[in-house]
Design a protein around this ligand. Structure first.
Ligand code: GUN
Length: 290
């Protein structure tokens, strides 16, 4: 069993981005600039946005975070999005999800200029992805593809089972892995909460992408020998430590790992790849706008 080390892989990509930024600045241009909007006090969201801010600083990007109170109205948020769409000093921005219940997420996503939608959530970018056109691939699926590519995991003709059908991970990764190319050319099965005999599918899988958000869902008896397992889960569960919680994946690692050819750890697998992919998209937005 080998670990798909997202931390090391993302560090290597981070160095490449930092060196591109150095060249950009040396040529007299301004830094790429990512903005993030966060509404409310969700603990996990605050942690993610802080990580994104830190990663921006590490590669030499400028970053701005707009922290709005939980009672911010939909109209106020849409007004800020219009401002960010117009602001030429900002190359890309994200609105951290989830949003408070009184705000319509789809309306917010649709309000972002697709050219600045470095999350790849806008219907235009989702459509472009499904057509195999150049687009902003949302960060988690983009990071998974980069990790499979980095480790030269053979995907052609393999049976890939995706657990979860979310707009952010399940659907786009199923799409990408079934497209022509390397990584790609997989036969993909998407399983979800209504799938019957789910373990029948996972036991036939060569590659499993676990993105259900159910801690330790995938057990040892649900995978065959030699499977490649990518764990997207990042559920916080209470723990007796300084933070008061620990992060648990969707895979029962101790049972599943001995049967795998490759597996991502949690933390240190998909998480760092997601952040670096957002930076890649921001650089792409910067270069496209020039
Ligand atoms: N919430 C969980 N993942 C994401 C993400 O990739 N982008 C945004 N904007 N919100 C999220």
């Amino acid at each position: 069993m080998l670990l798909l080390d997202g931390k090391a892989t993302s560090e290597a990509i981070k160095k490449e981005i930092a060196s591109q930024v150095e060249q950009i600045i040396a040529s007299g241009c301004r830094k790429p600039h990512l903005a993030a909007v966060i509404v409310g006090e969700d603990g996990a969201s605050k942690t993610y946005v802080a990580s994104k801010e830190r990663a921006c600083a590490q590669v030499g990007f400028e970053s701005t975070v707009y922290r709005l109170p939980v009672e911010t109205s939909e109209e106020e948020l849409l007004n800020l999005i219009s401002k960010l769409n117009e602001d030429e000093s900002i190359d890309g921005f994200i609105v951290q999800m989830p949003l408070p219940n009184h705000i319509d997420e789809q309306k917010v996503i649709a309000a972002v200029d697709p050219r600045k939608d470095v999350d790849g959530f806008h219907p235009v970018n989702v459509g472009r992805l499904s057509l195999g056109l150049t687009t902003f691939v949302s960060a988690t699926p983009y990071g998974i593809m980069a990790l499979l590519e980095h480790y030269k995991i053979e995907t052609r003709g393999k049976h890939c089972v995706v657990l979860g059908r979310s707009n952010i991970v399940g659907r786009p990764i199923a799409n990408l892995l079934s497209q022509k190319g390397e990584p790609g050319d997989c036969t993909v099965t998407v399983c979800h909460s209504r799938t019957k005999d789910l373990a029948e599918h996972t036991r036939r899988a060569d590659i499993i992408i676990a993105a259900l958000g159910v801690p330790e869902f995938l057990k040892g008896n649900m995978v065959k020998e030699g499977t490649v397992v990518v764990d997207v889960g990042i559920t916080r569960i209470p723990a007796d430590n300084e933070k008061g919680y620990k992060i648990v994946g969707d895979v029962a690692f101790d049972e599943v790992a001995p049967k795998c050819s490759y597996i991502t750890p949690v933390p240190g697998g998909v998480g760092p790849m997601t952040i670096i992919s957002l930076l890649r998209n921001t650089l792409q937005a910067y270069l496209m706008s020039r």
